[in-house]
Design a protein around this ligand. Structure first.
Ligand SMILES: CC(=O)N[C@H]1[C@@H](OP(=O)(O)OP(=O)(O)OC[C@H]2O[C@@H](n3ccc(=O)[nH]c3=O)[C@H](O)[C@@H]2O)O[C@H](CO)[C@@H](O)[C@@H]1O
Ligand SMILES: C=C(OP(=O)(O)O)C(=O)O
Length: 421
C-alpha cells in the first residue's frame, strides 16, 4: 500500500492545473448507458474511481477508448449484462448510478447494494423510492437491488432529503421515461448541472437543473454528444486550504470560481487573499490562519467534502472554531489522526470544537476516507518534521496526482510505493 512522506514547512508558490470533477465525471460516465451512440468526453480526471467505473461499464458491455489526456469515447451500443457486482460496487458507492440508466433503457437492472462506509450509512432508499414512483418494481434480493419496469413513467417525486446521486439517478431515468417527471427537493450541486447539460446535448428535455425543482420531459431515445467535464471545486478548495496552512501564493488554472462561493467566502474569512477570474483563482496567504467556524450544507452551502480540509486549517489557526457536520453522521474520522499531530479538537455529536495550536508536529497517520486523507496532507504541509500518511488509496480515489501537483509548487512530498515503503 502506498504512503505519502511529507516534510512540512515549505511555502507553496506557483501554478496548479485543476482536473475535471470526480463527482461530475462519475454520473456522466454512467449516462453513456442511456444511448447506443458514442459519447465524447474531455477533462475526465485520471482517478481510481474513474478506472473502477470504466471497469464496471466494461463488464456491462460498454466500450471505452482514451484518445488523449482526459479524453474518452464511450459506446454502449452493445450492452451485454445488466448486473453491477458487489466486488466493484463495494469500492465505490457511485456505482449505484448505473441503476437509473439501465432500468430506463433496458427495463431491468441488478445492482449490488453498496453497504456501509466510513463516513456514514449512506442508504439508497430515496433512489429506490423515486424509481418505484416511476413504475419500477424493485426488490432487494441477496444484497442486490433488483429492478424491472416495462417503461418508466413520469412522476412527481419529493425526496425525503436532498440527495446528490439520488437526484442524478432519477434525472437520468426520467430522461427516457414516458411523460413528465418533476423532482422536488432536488440537489442543486454544480455536478448535477453538468450532468443535465450533457443529457440535454444528448436530446433530453430537462429544465430547472441548478434549482430544487427539476422538470424532465421524457423522450423515446437519446443520441450521442460531446461534453467537457466541469472543474473540480473540491480539488481547488483543497489546494487553497493547503496554501492557507503552509503559506505562499498559488494560482489555480482551469478552476471554476463561480461554483465555489461558500468555499471562497470561508477561506477569505480564514485570512487568505483570493482573487479570481472566469477560469482561475489566486490564493495568497501571508499570516497565521484565523479560526473559521462553519456548518456543512447542501449546495450552495459549505460542502461536506471540504469539511476535513478546512478543519485542518483551523487546527493551526488563531482562535477557536465551531464546526457542524450536517450531511454525514460519521465524518470526523480525521479528528483522531489530526490529534496525533498535536491538534486540539473536541467532538460532541455533529459538532467539533477546534482550538488552534501554534504548530502541529509531524507523525505517522492513517487515512480513513478520501477527504480525511486530504486533511492529513494539509496538516503535514504545515507541521514541523516528517508526516507519513498511510493508506492513501483513499486519496487516489479522488485526487489526480496530488503529490505531483503539490511538489510543483514547492511542497516537500513524495510517494513511497509498497516496494520502497
Ligand atoms: C459521487 C458523489 O457525487 N458523491 C457525493 C454525493 O454523495 P451521495 O450522493 O452519496 O450523497 P447524498 O447527497 O445522497 O447524501 C446526503 C445524505 O442523505 C442520505 N441519503 C441519501 C440517499 C438516500 O437514498 N437516503 C439517504 O438517507 C445520506 O446518507 C446522507 O446523509 O454527495 C455527497 C454530499 O454532498 C458528497 O459528500 C459526495 O462526495
Ligand atoms: C464522499 C465522497 O465521494 P463518494 O461519494 O464517491 O464516496 C467525496 O468525494 O468526498
Amino acid at each position: 500500500m502506498d504512503k505519502l512522506l511529507i516534510t512540512g514547512g515549505n511555502r507553496l508558490n506557483g501554478e496548479i492545473t485543476i482536473s475535471g470533477a470526480k463527482n461530475a465525471a462519475l454520473p456522466i460516465l454512467c449516462a453513456s448507458l442511456l444511448t447506443a451512440d458514442p459519447i465524447y468526453l474531455e477533462n475526465v480526471p485520471g482517478l481510481k474511481d474513474i478506472g473502477t467505473t470504466l471497469r464496471l461499464l466494461s463488464q456491462l458491455g460498454v466500450q471505452s477508448e482514451r484518445s488523449g489526456p482526459g479524453q474518452l469515447q464511450l459506446s454502449a451500443a452493445q450492452v451485454t449484462s445488466l448486473e453491477a457486482p458487489y466486488e466493484l460496487v463495494k469500492t465505490m458507492r457511485a456505482s449505484i448510478l448505473v441503476l437509473g440508466p439501465l432500468l430506463a433503457r433496458f427495463g431491468e437492472a441488478r445492482v449490488s447494494l453498496p453497504g456501509g462506509c466510513a463516513i456514514g450509512q449512506r442508504p439508497v432508499d430515496q433512489h429506490i423510492k423515486g424509481l418505484e414512483a416511476m413504475g419500477a418494481e424493485i426488490r432487494i434480493e441477496h444484497g442486490f437491488v433488483v429492478a424491472t419496469a416495462k417503461r418508466l413513467k413520469g412522476a412527481s417525486i419529493l425526496t425525503d432529503m436532498v440527495t446528490v446521486t439520488g437526484t442524478e439517478n432519477l434525472m437520468m431515468a426520467a430522461a427516457l421515461a414516458e411523460g413528465q417527471t418533476i423532482l422536488e427537493n432536488a440537489a442543486r450541486e454544480p455536478e448535477i448541472v453538468d450532468l443535465a447539460e450533457l443529457l440535454n446535448k444528448m436530446g433530453a428535455r430537462i429544465q430547472g437543473h441548478g434549482t430544487d425543482r427539476i422538470v424532465i420531459d421524457g423522450v423515446d431515445s437519446l443520441h450521442g454528444a460531446s461534453h467537457r467535464v466541469v472543474a473540480d471545486r473540491i480539488e481547488a478548495g483543497t489546494f487553497l486550504c493547503a496554501v492557507g496552512a503552509a503559506g505562499g501564493d498559488i494560482v489555480l488554472r482551469q478552476a471554476a470560481a463561480a461554483t465555489m462561493g461558500a468555499i471562497l467566502d470561508k477561506l477569505r474569512e480564514a485570512g487568505l487573499v483570493i482573487e479570481c477570474g472566469e477560469d482561475w483563482i489566486r490564493g495568497t496567504m501571508t499570516q497565521r490562519p484565523r479560526a473559521t467556524g462553519f456548518r456543512t450544507r447542501e449546495y450552495p452551502g459549505f460542502p461536506t467534502d471540504m469539511q476535513a480540509q478546512l478543519m485542518a486549517l483551523n487546527a493551526i489557526a488563531d482562535g477557536t472554531a465551531v464546526i457542524v457536520e450536517n450531511i454525514f453522521e460519521n465524518r470526523y474520522m480525521h479528528v483522531q489522526e489530526l490529534g496525533r499531530m498535536g491538534a486540539n479538537i473536541e467532538i460532541d455529536g455533529h459538532t467539533a470544537v477546534v482550538t488552534g495550536v501554534a504548530q502541529l508536529s509531524g507523525a505517522t497517520v492513517m487515512a480513513t476516507d478520501l477527504r480525511a486523507s486530504a486533511s492529513l496532507v494539509i496538516a503535514g504541509l504545515a507541521a514541523s518534521g516528517d508526516t507519513v500518511v498511510e493508506r492513501i488509496y483513499h486519496l487516489d480515489r479522488g485526487y489526480e496526482r496530488m503529490e505531483e501537483k503539490l511538489r510543483s509548487v514547492g511542497a516537500n512530498i513524495q510517494r513511497l510505493t509498497q516496494e520502497a515503503a
